[in-house]
Design a protein around this ligand. Structure first.
Ligand SMILES: [Fe+2]
Ligand SMILES: [Fe+2]
Length: 173
């Protein structure tokens, strides 16, 4: 079984160019859920997806590199969704998988497992389920991470929420 340190090392090994890419600066400045940035959320999803693959003993069916890269790029939409569509946020949940995929294909070479996993990660909000085990792991890890991030008390540290805006409970990531 992999330790936390080994899992983080795997994410660094397979995703180093993504983590270091200049556009990740945008993710570091955008809050995803509560006080968690999109960048931190993506790292968490990647680590959790590797943890799940390991604990469920899926390594004979899962490509670690594709899993890590899809997880790191699943929310690569590169804008702050709180400011998008005039703050209504109605469409973001449905469209950002496609936006993330377009941005990711522009900046990186992706295989078909990575592309499908990014495009379908919002299932069942979007109709098409992931085709590959890697995609299901990304989708499950994303939902687990988002739930924890949304209910965590640390979200009240977000300076965006100090200007009179009430914390939102809904899930958009
Ligand atoms: Fe996400
Ligand atoms: Fe997402």
């Amino acid at each position: 079984m992999l330790t936390r340190t080994q899992i983080r090392a795997l994410v660094d090994e397979h995703g180093r160019d993504i983590i270091d890419h200049e556009h990740m600066r945008i993710e570091r400045g955008c809050y995803q859920h509560g006080s968690v940035t999109t960048f931190a959320h993506s790292i968490r999803v990647a680590c959790l997806a590797v943890w799940l693959a390991d604990r469920l003993r899926l390594w004979r069916r899962v490509d670690a590199r594709s899993l890590v890269r899809a997880a790191l790029l699943h929310d690569y939409f590169l804008y702050d969704w709180h400011d998008w569509d005039d703050g209504e946020h109605r469409l973001h949940g449905f469209t950002h998988g496609g936006t993330a995929l377009r941005n990711a294909m522009r900046d990186f070479r992706l295989n078909h497992v990575e592309r499908d996993s990014i495009r379908c990660h919002m299932f069942p909000m979007t109709p098409k389920p992931p085709t590959y085990v890697e995609g299901w792991l990304v989708t499950m890890s994303d939902k687990l991470s988002a739930t924890r991030e949304t209910v965590s008390l640390s979200r009240f540290d977000n300076p965006r929420l100090m200007g009179g805006r009430m914390p939102r409970a809904e899930r958009r990531g």
